[in-house]
Design a protein around this ligand. Sequence first.
Ligand code: ARG
Length: 590
Amino acid sequence: MSACLRRIIVNRIARSLRRNGEKNVADIEKLEVNLLHLLKVNPVSKNTKSDLPQFLLPGSRLKEIGFVLDKDTIDFEDDVIENCYVDKSNKLQININNKLFIQKVLSTVQRLGKRYGYDVLQLPKKHIVVEYSSPNIAKPFHVGHLHSTILGNFISNLYEALGHKVTRLNYLGDWGTQLSLLILGYKRYGDDVQLNKDPLQHLFEVYVKIHEDVDKEKDSTKHLDKGSYHEGLELFHRLESGDEEITRLWKKFSEISLEEYDKMYKRLNIRFDEIHTESMYNQSTQQLIQSLKQSGLIQTRKDGVGYIDISNDKDSVQAVMNKSDGSTLYLSRDIAAALDRFKKFKFDKIHYVVGNDQYLHFKTLLEVLKKIHPAAWKSVNLSEFLIKFGRVDGISTRKGNVVFLRDILDEARDRVIQSLKDNKLTKITSDYEDVADKLGISSIIIQYLRSRRTSHSTFNWEKMLHFKADSGLFLQYCHARLYSLEKEVDVRIKETIDISYLSEDSAKILVQHLARYPDVVNESFDVFEPYVIVQYLFKLGHLANSAYKHLPVKNQPAVLAETRLVLFNSARQTLANGMRVLGIEPLNQM
Ligand code: ARG
């Protein structure tokens, strides 16, 4: 049952109890909460295709929450609830008035507009930090980073839509031995002209070459004490101690990578409030390690490695904080960063949107944080701290198997152009490329968000760009179609409409589906699962298309056209609200 309907029922019952005057206000309030819950968990007793549900609440359950069944307790004079009575089997029967229900749903969508779906939770406002994207400069931006970017953006959008304050944070990997290998590679194979021309491509070539060198040497003893890897480590020490030449190269790599990433973020319509880097925490991590050594939380092994003991009943576990040469690690930098973020943002919650493969890292991170600063971290749940996601396989572009983000976006755009031409779908002549780019990106976003986030899915270009089947292109197509319907007719949306004109099944089913949206948002928010919204929107698209076929607006008598227009406008509004929260800008034409 939709939240909207539940609320209506409970409101009416409470109102009539108040009118009745037998119960005191606090009791009625308590009863409202309990009744809401009862309606939520109570299965719907009848839900035929177009008939609105009828509800049966067993008398025994009602008694448990202090609601004494009595024929005279509830009187409904008005509206959405047609009647409500205790039947022979001692059950409370609630029957809904179809017409008024439809009226209520449509007027709610019209009244709330962009806020429809996000107006249900009266939660206290919280400050949330969401870390997402977080690519590295020494390794290419890969499909996992794209997943994190899209998912993290969705989670931030959802919090914001629900009225919370969000700090969107990007944490660049710009430190560590990987990076020094890149610097070494650049010294061997780098070329300034190439670097300026296409930085990410060139850095990637260098990355591949230096890793080939390291791999070749792996089997020989050279690897450990001389060899390329060792040379890389030495460079890292020079970087850590501020060597001018190395620092200059490192800075240059960071800057140009970030510039390139910025272009991608703009194209994807992604923004950040804060850009932090691993290197930012180099000093404070050293200081943290020192102070934790003094306080005894970090123990030092004979070889100089420092660790925190996070053993539990079953396993003995050591979280390593520094290497034997004293240098910091990915984990220890993350610890310093988390403590710093807590101090800086005083957040109520922090989420890290990172792939499943780093599960262990984040589990350790949280356990260590709980040891260091229990007051702040004790009650944090790992399943919320880390918003993890599974692998998406099979992305390859025409250029080959190693995929750059830019190539994925370009290829999506080019395929959309082809598909629009093949299907003779588009009427657009100017900014053709721009529209195609947006459509391609919508499809990529949906591809990432359409399944359970932890599932392991496969990337499929054909499926992804199908405009009639469930895809991002399909949603855009539905939106544009509804939009042009509104533009084509010369009727305008009226505030009051006559619902008796919406008697067809396709209209009733569509309204029932619209009524579910606030619940769907809630459900998605509870588990941080965008697929709930995506699947809802697919269905909305199909229902709207079918209503579109059966309920013409053009060349109809004015009242009928006006009423249908309100229905279609409400469908488009709800579709747009869903698309926006997923990170897709709905297009008015394509
Ligand atoms: N840069 C890392 C990587 O690409 C991801 C960072 C995730 N966030 C974090 N706070 N550790 O593997």
